[in-house]
Design a protein around this ligand. Structure first.
Ligand code: HEC
Length: 129
């Protein structure tokens, strides 16, 4: 699918909104956005750190049993969240789940990269709920 000017403008708007919502929450040093996140290096990070729970296609782990189970990253529930929300989930983790805080292992830039890769999982699956 060719990337049209309109799509780019739309992306820029969405990322801008996410960035605004983000800074309102008092999170400082927002220098990179998912818009500029590099999904190619994000894929490397995903394969090294996320795949064992979220699986190669983002739909779940390789026979791993967790309660609650890893989120289906292709699902509408995840894909419909703002970039800022997903960033915070990866950055700070989710309490009482196996989803840990990656802020110690990954830089902010690396988190944006992996997030932009996570976004491609949703596109590839057509964003099924
Ligand atoms: C040890 C297993 C594990 C690893 C490793 C892991 N996750 Fe998760 N992740 C989970 C679980 C479990 C949940 C679901 C929590 C819940 O029920 O909401 C989750 C949820 C998520 C969500 C959805 C949060 C939401 O909005 O509800 C995202 C996005 C996510 N993970 C991204 C990642 C990324 C990116 C990585 C690699 C940097 C990663 N995860 C590594 C277990 C893991």
């Amino acid at each position: 699918m060719p990337i049209t000017g309109r799509m780019l403008v739309c992306c820029a708007l969405l990322s801008g909104m996410a960035a605004l919502g983000f800074s309102n929450l008092g999170v400082k040093e927002l220098t990179v956005s998912a818009k500029s996140g590099d999904s190619v290096s994000g894929r490397e990070i995903y394969v090294n750190t996320c795949i064992r729970c979220h699986g190669i296609d983002g739909k779940g782990g390789l026979g791993i049993k967790l309660v609650p189970p890893p989120a289906d990253l292709t699902s509408l529930a995840v894909q419909s969240r703002l970039d800022g929300t997903l960033f915070r989930r990866i950055h700070g983790g989710k309490p009482n789940t196996a989803m840990g805080a990656w802020k110690h292992a990954l830089s902010d830039e690396e988190i944006w990269d992996v997030l932009s890769y996570v976004r491609t999982l949703g596109v590839e699956s057509g964003g099924q709920p």
